[in-house]
Design a protein. Sequence first.
Length: 329
Amino acid sequence: MAGLKIGFIPSEGGHFYPEALTEVTRGEELGFDSVWMEEHHSVTNHYWPSPLTVLAGFATRTSRVTLGTDILVAPFYHPVRLAEDVTLLDVMSAGRAVLGIAIGYKPDEFALYGAELEKRGARFEEQLAVLRALWTQDRVSFKGRYYTVEGRLEPKPVTRPHPPVWIGGWGDLTLKRAATLADNWIPGPTADLARLIEGKRTFLGNRAAAGLTAPITEWPLTRDVIIADTDARARELAEEHIMVAYRREYAGGWRHPFIDSSIATDLDRLMEDRFIIGGPDECIPKIRRFVERYGMTHLICRLFFPGMPHAHIMRELELLAREVMPAFR
């Protein structure tokens, strides 16, 4: 059990930045290892559209925590601008940036950007090639089907050879890209344990097939977490806040690959091997199950759901740091 890393996603969306910043600075004081930002667009009081901007704000007020995107949506970025912005986050944070990145799935977000849903995977492969080239080569001359890039990146990242790139998402092609084009796979909070184990097996098989022998040492996992002083209170908060997110968003037309409307309304079915909800004594064995069964080495706690009070998130940080972390350190 030694050394499970624990990070979190703070308040996000609307005008909640002061709350988020308070949570993040307190989280670093309490010994959390990482802070993450998601990306969605046009969602009222939930999610910000610009995770790198927010993380740069956090970078100026922290000195130790890893700062990562979980997940940045690739089709909405030009790869040169993305390489530059991730580099600056890496510079501003003295090497604490992780780029979690995926191809997206929400039709309304693609409509907002006038971006094509089709071929986003093929474009993504070119984006990754451009990022890596800009970060590692003195000068780049790239001519693909979707992008043509000529020139150089200045400055270069302080992390060598470049900030870690973790690919999120599901499906055979995604797991192949994560295995062969990135440093790791970062599965989202919506998957249950069986799907996670299956995905990990596919990911490792893809690496072996590509002749990649460097061991994967970090197994990050994002989980929806509600911890409270009692199990009953945590369940109440889950009904009040997680279920709003799942009913209104995932079951409300988001076309998530595997959270359909039948499951998105039933807390007990949703919780099973997926959420970590309860008092500290209930949460510890649930976390341990992911450590033992999946091999999780880095738990990313998604703490904010629509309407979740900032005061409760502050309480959760204390409970996690004082009651849960010692069980895994």
